[in-house]
Design a protein around this ligand. Structure first.
Ligand code: KIV
Length: 273
C-alpha cells in the first residue's frame, strides 16, 4: 500500500472514505476554519477537513463550543470550501440548531450545505437525535456521527474526562454506534473513550470510526489543528501529539518585527517604492 495514496485521488467522497476502511487504509482528518490554513491542509494531503465547532474555542475564544452560531459556522465553512480541491469537507451543526426537532435540524443542515458548499455535516449524539439524523439523511445530506465525549453536552457531563469507562455508558455507546450505522451515517467520530472500547466498535461496524483520544485501533484519526501545530498551548491532553510549536515561532517572528520597526530597520530601501 502506498503511504500517500491521496496523491492518486482527485476528490475525496464519502464513498472513498468507506473504501479506505474496506482496504485497511487509515483516514486522516484535521479541523479547518479559514481559507489560508485550509489550503495548506488540503495541499498536504488530508482526507477530511472538519469545520469543527471547536472554532468556538480556538477562533472565537469561548470556553465551550456552545456559543458558536449557525451563521458563524456557515461563514467558516464557506471559506474552507473555497480553499479545498481534494479533501472531503464536513461541518459541525452547532449547539442549538438541531436539538429542537427534526424540522429545525433539516433546516440547519440544508443551510450549511446550500450556503457553504460543504460535502457533509456532523452531529453529536445517538438515539436521542435519531429522528433528526434520519430527516437530514433523507434529504441526501451525508451525516457523520460523534459519540463519547460530546463537547456540546459538557454541562451534562460536568468534566472533560474520559467517557464510557463504566459498563452502562459503554453499552449505550455501542448501541448508539450500531444505530448510527443502521440509519445511514457514513462515519462516526469517537472522542476520548478507552482504546479497547473504540477497537470493539471499529472492528464490529462496517462504517469508518475516526478517533480522537480513542487509541490506535480505529479507522482514522482527527485532531484540532491549532492544538497539533502548537498554536494553542493552553490545551495539553494525553492524546495530543504536537507536530510543531508554532506559538514559539510566531512569537519570535512578531518580536523581531516589533524590534525592526522600533529601530527603523524595517522597511529598508529595497522594501520601498
Ligand atoms: O469540533 C471539533 O473540533 C470536533 C473534533 C474534536 C472531532 O468535533
Amino acid at each position: 500500500m502506498a503511504i500517500f495514496p491521496e496523491q492518486e485521488i482527485k476528490k475525496i467522497t464519502t464513498h472513498q472514505i468507506q473504501e479506505m476502511k474496506t482496504r485497511g487504509e487509515k483516514i486522516s482528518m484535521l479541523t479547518a476554519y479559514e481559507y489560508s490554513m485550509a489550503k495548506i491542509l488540503d495541499t498536504a494531503g488530508l482526507d477530511i477537513l472538519l469545520v469543527g465547532d471547536s472554532a468556538s474555542n480556538v477562533v472565537h475564544g469561548h470556553e465551550t463550543t456552545l456559543p458558536i452560531t449557525l451563521d458563524q459556522m456557515i461563514s467558516h465553512a464557506s471559506a474552507v470550501v473555497r480553499a479545498v480541491q481534494r479533501a472531503l469537507v464536513v461541518v459541525d451543526i452547532p449547539f442549538g440548531s438541531y436539538q429542537g426537532n427534526s424540522s429545525e435540524a433539516l433546516r440547519s443542515a440544508i443551510r450549511i450545505m446550500k450556503e457553504s458548499g460543504a460535502h457533509a455535516i456532523k452531529v453529536e449524539g445517538g438515539a436521542e437525535i435519531k429522528d433528526s439524523i434520519i430527516r437530514i439523511l433523507s434529504a441526501g445530506v451525508p451525516v457523520m456521527g460523534h459519540l463519547g465525549l460530546t463537547p456540546q453536552s459538557i454541562y451534562k457531563f460536568g468534566t472533560y474526562t474520559v467517557r464510557a469507562k463504566e459498563d452502562a455508558e459503554a453499552k449505550k455507546l455501542i448501541d448508539d454506534a450500531y444505530l448510527l450505522q443502521e440509519i445511514g451515517c457514513f462515519a462516526i467520530v469517537l472522542e476520548k473513550i478507552p482504546a479497547a472500547l473504540a477497537k470493539t466498535v471499529s472492528s464490529n461496524l462496517r462504517i469508518p470510526i475516526i478517533g480522537i483520544g480513542a487509541g490506535p485501533d480505529v479507522d482514522g484519526q482527527v485532531l484540532v489543528t491549532h492544538d497539533m501545530l502548537g498554536i494553542n498551548n493552553d490545551f495539553q491532553p494525553r492524546f495530543l501529539r504536537k507536530y510543531a510549536h508554532l506559538n514559539d515561532i510566531i512569537t519570535n517572528a512578531v518580536r523581531n518585527y516589533v524590534k525592526d520597526v522600533k529601530l527603523e530597520d524595517f522597511p529598508n530601501m529595497s522594501e520601498s517604492y
